[in-house]
Design a protein around this ligand. Structure first.
Ligand code: FAD
Length: 238
């Protein structure tokens, strides 16, 4: 399920169980798999924004040459964690939808220029939302400087992702609320205008629901933070 861009990818990452011995996280190997290999089939999933970004992928009797093994046999879980850590960083650009789309500051600018009257409570929410955006911007700079200094992206990437995903929903939820009743319509944003700008806010509101699921759910990110940053006891379910 959920394999993003499988329909346009040349390669996929394939984690396969290659041994049943030892703890369950041992015995997984990390392969790259050509998406055109015989037995690989890709079925599109259209999400509620109307886009085709992810897919169901089926592997039937697919054979992968030995050369496509990355690292050691049965040691794939360690590499997978590196891949997932890098994914968290890749999803951490400035826009509030995993690095794409408008930011909290864009929302504040739009409200300011469109002159739409808002209540004291809504203005308070806007200030909070802007402040969260600034905190995330600084956290992102910290991650970038760690990367430039050659340090690993550690659990801090989980902290950033957990905060950023909630923040993305905060930005898009607030934009939708500020659009008032018009926010129920396709293509209408908080600026009170139709067209591309309005459509980007509608799209963002629908897309933002995915943020706390994709790339590892927010709840699971919080488990990682609890165990690896705060040193709390291990989650009983893992
Ligand atoms: C837009 C999008 C794109 C995606 N692209 C890809 C992709 O390209 N490749 C890919 O492999 N996957 C992709 N995914 C899948 C994504 O990584 C998974 O959906 C996500 O990691 C959650 O896993 P799951 O769906 O199995 O949910 P589950 O792990 O079954 O979780 C279900 C619920 O249980 C909760 N839960 C699970 N474990 C715990 C726990 N230990 N403690 C407390 N609560 C828990 C979760 O928070 C969630 O609410 C994508 C998902 C989305 C939304």
């Amino acid at each position: 399920m959920w394999t993003s861009y499988a329909h346009i990818s040349t390669w996929g990452i394939l984690l396969a169980r290659t041994s049943n011995e030892g703890p369950s996280q041992q015995g997984i190997s990390y392969f790259i798999c050509p998406m055109k290999a015989p037995g690989v089939s890709v079925r599109p999933i259209i999400d509620m924004t109307g886009d085709h970004a992810f897919n169901e992928v089926f592997l039937d009797e697919v054979r992968v040459p030995r050369d496509y093994l990355i690292g050691e046999v049965n040691q794939g879980w360690r590499l997978a964690k590196v891949t997932l850590g890098n994914e968290r960083v890749a999803l951490s650009g400035e826009g509030s939808l995993w690095g794409r789309g408008p930011t909290a500051k864009d929302l504040v600018d739009l409200v300011r220029t469109s002159g739409v009257a808002h209540t004291a409570l809504e203005r308070d929410d806007l200030v909070q939302c802007w402040a969260h955006g600034e905190i995330l911007r600084l956290l992102r700079l910290r991650l970038v400087s760690a990367a430039l200094a050659g340090r690993d992206q550690g659990p801090e990437a989980s902290v950033r992702k957990a905060l950023a995903d909630d923040h993305g929903q905060e930005v898009m939820g607030l934009a939708n609320r500020l659009a008032g009743a018009a926010g129920m319509l396709n293509g209408r944003g908080p600026g009170g205008v139709d067209g591309a700008e309005g459509a980007s806010w509608t799209y963002g509101f629908l897309y933002a629901q995915a943020l706390t699921i994709g790339g590892g759910t927010s709840v699971v990110q919080r488990n990682i933070i609890a165990e690896r940053v705060l040193g709390l006891p291990k989650d009983v379910t893992t």
